[in-house]
Design a protein around this ligand. Structure first.
Ligand code: FES
Length: 56
């Protein structure tokens, strides 16, 4: 499912980014470009990152 429509980033990519070592919104953003246009996806992206981090 697309979380960031502007940059075409999916929840799966965000999860994989965390599983591959990203531990903050900033690190995920640097890798995937998520949230760098309109910013509407930022709250949901942060939630997904928190969720993924808690499952590691
Ligand atoms: Fe992610 Fe616009 S939906 S920056």
């Amino acid at each position: 499912m697309y979380i960031c429509l502007c940059r075409a980033v999916t929840d799966r990519q965000i999860r994989e980014s965390v599983e591959n070592g990203a531990s903050s919104f900033r690190e995920v953003r640097e890798e995937l470009d998520v949230g760098t246009c309109c910013g509407r996806c930022v709250p949901e992206t942060r939630e997904l990152i928190d969720q993924a981090l808690s499952e590691i």
